[in-house]
Design a protein around this ligand. Sequence first.
Ligand code: KG4
Ligand code: ZN
Length: 329
Amino acid sequence: MLLAIETSCDETASAVLNESGEVLSNIILSQQDIHSKYGGIVPEIASRRHLECIVPVVQSALEGARVNLKDISLIALTVEPGLIGALLIGATFAKGLAHATGAKIIPVNHLEGHLFSPFINSPPVFPFIGLIVSGGHTSLYLVRGPGNYELLGRTRDDAAGEAIDKVGRLFGIPYPAGPEVDRRTRNIKGSNLNFPIPMKDDESFDFSFSGLKTSVLNKIKRGLLENYPEDEILFSFQEAVIQSLLLKTSRCQKKFGVKRVVVSGGVAANSRLRQVFGEWGGENGVEVIFPPKELCTDNAVMIGMAGLMKWREGKYLDEVKVSSRSTML
Ligand code: KG4
Ligand code: ZN
């Protein structure tokens, strides 16, 4: 049995998977209500909350799966990237558990978890272009196999989710604004309010969302958007974000001639993004693969899946070294 632990950001999460990858439990304790008062994540508060929650969350995962600690032989653990204090809580706990039970720790990169989150019921087929689009990351990878990743592009400033959260905040939507922006824009079919698509004329596969965010803010300040309903402004902003994501992803797909694209991370839960990418895939003969919506945002199942894959490849290590930066990928 494998126990997965994820504490890199503002979710304390744990899951149990058996050796064939079947998910036996999936517990996520979000801290969003605590951080929303501050408009974003406060790292020190996140660490303290992980410390309070880690034992009950892991206990719930074990109970949910109807297994005992002695049944656990593998622990998949997020070791990077993330908030260093938050990662340390998970790592210290996992090390203690491994010491007490003799279980082996498989260190997992959080982004690796997102990349493989769609493959819960079917094994991944390589190669694929992986777009990770979340609150902390917006990156494109060429994934040739487990552990074989080439970074093609990344955001130069804000992550897409971060920009959505910040623009949502201008409209009084509490952190994280993504799900509410999604809900408020779902029934809008179009708008003549066209924000420029960020990085459209840039040849690299990089993204940039901070200029778009500032342009929305400036236009509001100068009263230029007074005639537009709030939801329509949100829709147009979201559209510019999605078109930028699609533009760079489609350029990568063409350049490498890869027929499969995986889109994962919190923003991949967005209905409009799923629709736009899905339609593009259909028109271009590209298979676009999303995780189920509930596995887009942070969870421990994806960490367990990535851990299992490394274990099967014989790529697990005993040394656990946490890092706020992504060093493995
Ligand atoms: O992957 P995730 O849970 O955490 C990180 O690793 O960053 O992603 C969280 C981000 C937040 O910015 C949140 O607003 C965004 O994902 N998000 C969404 C939706 N659900 C979550 N953005 C747009 N539409 C959604 N439905
Ligand atoms: Zn994440």
